[in-house]
Design a protein around this ligand. Structure first.
Ligand code: ATP
Ligand code: MG
Length: 426
């Protein structure tokens, strides 16, 4: 039997309900921020990710799905959303329109990782990118989106961790300090860290293997290498978070896996008991040089991405149910095969009048039809027979209370409107 590729999963049943609910919630929330929905290709030229995400990151060095198409082009399944959005922002010259521009996306990402709970090879991210403001107010605004999202969902066990990487100058000073500090300890670090030491020593702090190492804990802190501008930026971010009543912790070990961040970086962790190792729900930061780096003008940006699988696990851990089942308002069947046309025509009219309708396609028996209507959760059942067609009066059954109504065909829509409207008010 053919099976799905390792590390992937199918979305159906309850998973569909979660996914659709989340998408709706994201749409409503993003409208409140005047953020615009974006879709970019699932695959892009490999070069975009190698340049944009950075050669020294795990994502690009070990996790991408790279392939050649039949025209011999080097393509990569997107491992994250930011690079593609930035590419599109530049290619479509959106920088020439009114900035700031807030963008959101929701879709699958692909990384060749070891699959485990909360870690897949195809997974879904919801993300936001805000272009065109280097003001710390935008950093706070973006962090606020994640916090508000969790608030709306009722998720309580989350904590916001922030840090700053400073501007170019501060970062360079810090880099030098790290190089000096780690030099005598190099042989004690993992192979990856030794490689990082050469290419991007900041990444060492992001290491999952060496993170509990004493050497790591005593490493110089970015905070001590910030210049005035960087310090001021970070102070303002904290001030604006305070203004919104957002709790956060400053955590100097957050450096993020991507090469393009400047100033603020942040992660939102699940602190739920027994949640497991994959507890970073969302992560993001400011990337003031990325647009330029990918070939556009100098436009600052700040954003985040949130993993939906981990969010759903967190909701489950706190017993929060977001599955919103949509059931048919009406199920229609005919007493015999001759009525199929009438069934179809009434269903069509009712759908166009705004109702969710399902019908009997297979010519089931009376009993099976009632069973089926129960299974799909139909609220009302309409049966059409010769008698109904002749008298133009329908028998409509409330499938929950089992009450029966005789309703003239011409006023069926009014009747259902009234009945289903009443239910909504409950
Ligand atoms: P991690 O340290 O867990 O590997 P990351 O730093 O690689 O995460 P980002 O690239 O910042 O993660 O992605 C943002 C979010 O996307 C993560 O916080 C997580 O919720 C989600 N995510 C990342 N990789 C995966 C994956 N393989 N499967 C499911 N969700 C993922
Ligand atoms: Mg990762």
């Amino acid at each position: 039997m053919l099976q799905k590729p390792k590390g992937t999963y199918d979305i159906y049943g309850d998973k569909t309900l979660e996914m659709l609910y989340f998408r709706k919630l994201a749409e409503v929330l993003m409208d409140k921020y005047n953020a615009k929905y974006f879709e970019t290709p699932i695959f892009e030229s490999s070069e975009l990710f190698h340049r944009g995400v950075g050669e020294t990151t795990d994502i690009v060095s070990k996790e991408t799905y790279d392939f050649k198409d039949r025209g011999n082009r080097n393509l990569t399944l997107r491992p994250e959303g930011t690079a593609g959005i930035v590419r599109s922002f530049i290619e479509n010259k959106l920088y020439a329109e009114s900035l700031p521009l807030k963008i959101w996306y929701l879709g699958p990402m692909f990384r060749y990782e070891r699959p485990q709970a909360g870690r897949y090879r195809e997974f879904y991210q919801f993300g936001v990118e805000a272009f065109g403001s280097n003001d710390p107010i935008m950093d706070a605004e973006v962090i606020g989106i994640v916090v508000n999202l969790f608030k709306i969902l009722g998720l309580k066990g989350v904590s916001v961790n922030i840090n700053t990487l400073g501007d170019k100058e501060s970062r360079e000073n810090y880099r030098k300090a790290l190089v000096k500090y780690f030099k005598p300890y190099l042989k004690d670090l993992c192979d990856d860290c030794q490689r990082r030491y050469e290419k991007n020593p900041l990444r060492i702090l992001d290491c999952k293997i060496d993170s509990d190492n004493e050497i790591m804990k005593k490493a110089p802190k970015m905070i001590d290498y910030l210049n005035e501008i960087s310090k001021k930026h970070f102070d303002k971010v904290k001030e604006y978070l305070d203004v919104m009543g957002i709790d956060y912790k400053v955590n100097s070990n957050i450096v993020r896996g991507l090469d393009y961040y400047t100033h603020t970086v942040f992660e939102v962790q699940a602190d739920i008991k027994g949640f497991g190792a994959q507890n970073t729900l969302a992560a993001g930061g400011r990337y003031d040089h990325l647009v330029e780096f990918i070939g556009g003008p100098s436009v600052p940006g700040v954003g985040f991405a949130l993993g939906l699988e981990r969010l759903f696990l967190a909701l489950q851990a706190e017993n929060i149910d977001i599955k919103e089942k949509i059931c048919p308002d009406v199920y229609i069947f005919g007493t015999d095969i001759e009525q199929k046309g009438n069934v179809l025509s009434l269903a069509n009219d009712l759908r166009m009048a705004g109702f969710n309708v399902d019908i009997d396609y297979n010519g089931k028996s009376f009993k099976s039809n009632f069973k089926y209507a129960d299974k799909i959760g139909a609220k009302y059942i309409i049966i059409i027979g010769e008698e109904e067609v002749k008298t133009r009066v329908l028998t409509i059954k409330n499938n929950i209370t089992k009450e029966e109504y005789k309703i003239e065909l011409d006023v069926v829509i009014n009747f259902l409107d009234e009945k289903l409207g009443e239910e909504d008010e409950d």
